[in-house]
Design a binder for this molecule. Sequence first.
Ligand SMILES: [Fe+2]
Ligand SMILES: [Fe+2]
Length: 475
Amino acid sequence: MSGINYSDKIPNNVNLSEDRVLQRALEHWQPNYLNWWQTMGPENSQTADVYLRTAVSVKPDGWAHFDYVKMPDYRWGIFLTPRDGERKAHFGDNIGKDVWQEVPGEHRANLRRIIVTQGDTEPASVEQQRHLGLTAPSLYDLRNLFQVNVEEGRHLWAMVYLLHRYFGRDGREEGDALLQRNSGSEDSPRILGAFNEKTPDWLAFYMFTYFTDRDGKFQLCALAESCFDPLARTTRFMLTEEAHHMFVGESGVSRIVQRTAEVMNQLKTDDPATLRAAGVIDLPTIQRYLNFHFSVTIDLFGADQSSNAAMYYSAGLKGRFEEGKRTDDHQLKNDAYRILSVADGQLREIEVPMLNALNEVLRDDYIRDAASGVARWNKVLEKHGIEFRLRIPHKAFNRKIGALADVRVSPEGQVLTEEQWRLHQNEWLATDEDRAFVASLMGRVTVPGQFANWIAPPVIGINRQPVDFEYVRFN
Ligand SMILES: [Fe+2]
Ligand SMILES: [Fe+2]
C-alpha cells in the first residue's frame, strides 16, 4: 500500500493503528521529539510559515504536496516503500533466500547498531544547522534549509520506527538516546565525527549538503539492499528526499562560484583581498572549505580494512552501492581490491580481500560521484573564462580514520613531514580567518527575490514557483 494515513496522530503507511502497543510507544516518543525540535531545531523560526513539501504518497512520481506550514506542525511520519512479496536476498551467504520481515536473532545487535548509527546522523545535522536561519541569503535559500531540516527530522522518525517496531525495549531506549546525544556536546556527542563539527555559515552548509548528505545517499543505498526488508524499504523512500538535499548543496556552491566569477570579471582580478573587499568569496577560500568537508566526510565510510564490513555483507545486512547492477558473484569470497596503505612513510597500493575492503569500495564509489558535481562547478568557471579549477583533494589528505590517518599528505597526494604540513596547512584547510571573513558576509535577506551579494540567484524556483515567490512568511 502506498497511501498515507494523515488522520492518525502519526502519519504513516504501515497500518500503525493496528498495532496498539507500537502506536502507544511512538505516541509517547512524539512529544519528546517535538520538545527536541523546539530546543535544538531551527532557531527563532518556529512561528514562520514555510513553503514546504510533505510526503503524500511513496510513489516515485508526485509524492510531494507543497504548502505553507509552521515547522513544528510539519507532519512527520513513517513512510516505507511498499513491500515486494517476491524480494530475495541478492548478495552474501543467503543469496536466493527470502528476505527477512523480522530481525534474525543472530543479527540483532549488528542491525541495531547500523540503524542507530544512521539514525544519529539525522538529528545531528539539524542541530549543526540550527543557527543558519538567522543569516539566510534569501527566502528561497531559507526555505531550502528548512526543507532539509524537517526531512532530516523525518529520517530520524524512519529509524526510530524501526527501533520501536523490531527491537523491543532496547529499541525504545535507543530511540530516547537519539534525542539525548547532541552535536558537539562534550558529555554526549553524536556518534560520528563529521556530525560534531560546526556548520557555522552558508558556504559550510552548501558544502555539507553537497558532500556529507551524499555520504547519506551512499549509506542509504547500501542499506536499501539489505536482507532486513523493513530497513531496505524505509531507506528507499529516504533516498527520494535525500536527492533534494544534495541539489541544495550542489546548486548553492554553484551559485557562489558564479557570483565570484562575475565579480572577478567585472573587476578584472583574481586577487583574494580585492574580491573579499567587493563582498564575494574568493575561489581559494571555496577550495579550502571543499578540502575540509570532503576529507571529513570520506572518513565517515570507516576503516579501509574492516572485518565488520565483511561480516555485514556476507550476512546480508548491508550491500554495495547499486548491488543489483553489478555482474560479479555477489559473494566476493575470491575477489581482491586495491587499497592505499602506508609503507616506509610512502603511499602504496596493496591488494587485500575484497570483503574486508568494502568500506573502501563504498568510499571510492562515493568519490567518483562527488567528483562529478565539482566538474559542473568548474563548468561555471569555464563559462566565465576563468582558469582556476576546483579540485577534490587526494583521498589520503587530512584523514583521521584508517591507515591513512597515520600520514600527512598534501591535496595533490604528496607525503609530507609534520613540519611541511604545518607550514602549508593554512593554504589547504579553511582557517579561522577564512571562516571569520565568510561569517562577516552573512546577514539575513528577507525581501522576496533579493539575494545576498555573495551568491547568484537560482535559475528557477521551487515547485515551479517564481524565484521572487514569498517562500517564507514571518509572523
Ligand atoms: Fe537524512
Ligand atoms: Fe540529508
